[in-house]
Design a binder for this molecule. Structure first.
Ligand SMILES: NC(=O)c1ccc[n+]([C@@H]2O[C@H](COP(=O)([O-])OP(=O)(O)OC[C@H]3O[C@@H](n4cnc5c(N)ncnc54)[C@H](O)[C@@H]3O)[C@@H](O)[C@H]2O)c1
Length: 419
């Protein structure tokens, strides 16, 4: 076994079965594995990854290795690692440093361990913590790295800000922004798995409840659609006029959080911004209100302001803390304000991660195969890759679609044709 630190390696057999289940639901990844197995296009790649340790991530890690890469892994959130999956990876010889319930110090220790043990020439991030650690503590390495990939909206935003400030030292591909990632993983994946997390932590009936979604972007829309489908009355809060309009025309109510706070039974934040639910909102919430987050970091709900208003706090069931306010009202905070779908459930279903991780794989392969290193910056994936992944996914689902005739192809770019 390679060097690793996980909770308990004896959990490996159970984790292995979950990985095999994920493989059976990820046909695009399995097809790419088959396609590139013999040529080993990632030979010579040393990939440090910092991404939620789930069964789908395990399929990605093992595919990278089968294609020739040397890999070291850490989790990208202290509460999202699934210990049986980490154990199965460790037992399979992966250099992995991840366990559920890490402290913040342990979280950064694990990232640094992957860097030191592997000396990566490529990175894979979800939230950009690995990239920041390399920039801050291993600056010389960031000047020689071939490149990296970024999985999530918050990470891409941070990297674009870093590039704009002239501080980004190596090229990074924004996997999040691929159509086959952002429009599927964030919408359908986060939508379903966040509801799954809420139900596992509470088992409440959603029908008839007022369900407040903060942020009607990709993730927020997914949560709203699924809650509506289960019979909830959905309220969206927004800062962007066009996003608010989309929510309205999708049949949601729209209002500021100051109003929504008074009427909501459940609240979920999906903005990528801090302090979306703060003290004055807790002051007016109903007795029994449930609050959670599905954005990348745990700062969307101001937990210190909630704690300051509470007389007592107790864990009433796993991932569900009851805060008893000084006036007797009870507010329930799920999963300590961390991503509800990963902390209280299993993250996105395999079927949707199939496309996200196919993008990751092809992005890393492209960076590795390029003869010359790209200039530092944030790059998009080619649109043709989206269509190729979409085509493969449809094929594996047994679906076929129409194709343009030659006549239609010509017409589509014929600027002279009118009425
Ligand atoms: N839980 C998961 O598994 C998961 C998956 C993908 C992305 N994410 C994370 O979820 C967050 C949202 O990602 P996205 O792809 O939906 O981003 P997005 O940009 O599509 O949507 C965010 C929305 O929030 C709105 N917003 C910003 N500040 C707000 C505020 N103060 N009040 C109300 N609305 C506000 C924005 O106008 C935007 O419409 C990010 O942090 C992302 O990294 C989580």
């Amino acid at each position: 076994m390679a060097e690793h630190k996980v909770k308990d390696v004896s959990l490996a057999p159970g984790g292995r079965m979950k990985i095999q289940w994920a493989e059976s639901r990820m046909p695009v990844m399995m097809e790419l594995r088959k396609r590139y197995r013999a040529s080993r296009p990632l030979a010579g790649a040393r990939i440090a990854g910092c991404l939620h340790v789930t069964k789908e991530t395990a399929v990605l890690v093992e595919t990278l290795m089968e294609l020739g890469a040397d890999v070291a892994w850490s989790g990208c959130n202290p509460l999202s690692t699934q210990d049986d999956i980490a154990a199965a990876l460790a037992a399979a010889g992966v250099k992995i440093f991840a366990w559920h319930g890490m402290s913040v110090e342990e979280f950064y220790w694990a990232i640094e361990r992957t860097i030191e043990i592997l000396k990566p020439n490529l990175t894979l991030d979800d939230g950009a913590d690995l990239i920041f650690t390399i920039h801050n503590k291993y600056t010389a390495m960031s000047r020689s790295l071939k490149g990296g990939t970024e999985e999530t909206t918050t990470g891409v935003k941070r990297l674009r800000a870093m590039a704009q400030a002239g501080e980004l030292l190596y090229p990074v591909i924004a996997v999040n922004d691929a159509e086959t990632k952002w429009d599927f993983d964030n919408v359908y994946g986060t939508g379903q798995s966040s509801i799954d997390g809420i139900l596992r932590a509470t088992n409440v009936l959603l029908a008839g409840k007022t369900f407040v979604v903060a942020g009607y972007g990709h993730c927020g829309k997914g949560c709203a659609m699924r809650a509506k489908g289960l019979g909830a009355r959905v309220v969206a809060t927004e800062v962007k006029p066009t996003a608010a309009l989309k929510a309205l025309l999708d049949g949601m109510s729209v209002m500021p959080m100051d109003e929504a706070a008074r009427i909501g039974d459940l609240f979920i934040t999906a903005t990528g911004v801090k302090d979306v639910i703060i003290g004055r909102h807790f002051d007016v919430m109903k007795d029994g209100a449930i609050v959670c987050n599905t954005g990348h970091y745990d700062c969307e709900i101001n937990i210190p302001e909630l704690r300051a208003r509470a007389d007592s706090v107790r864990e009433i069931r796993p991932n569900n803390e009851e805060f008893r306010m000084k006036d007797g009202r009870r507010i329930y905070l799920l999963a300590k304000g961390r991503l509800i779908n990963l902390a209280a459930a299993e993250g996105h279903p395999s079927e949707v991660m199939d496309m996200s991780f196919a993008n990751q794989l092809l992005a890393l392969k492209a960076l590795h195969e390029e003869a010359a290193r790209r200039a530092p910056g944030v790059y998009e994936l080619p649109a043709e890759q989206d269509q190729e992944i979409g085509r493969l996914k449809l094929e594996t689902m047994g679906m076929s679609i129409d194709t343009w005739t030659e006549e239609q192809r010509r017409y589509s770019s014929d600027w002279k044709a009118g009425t």
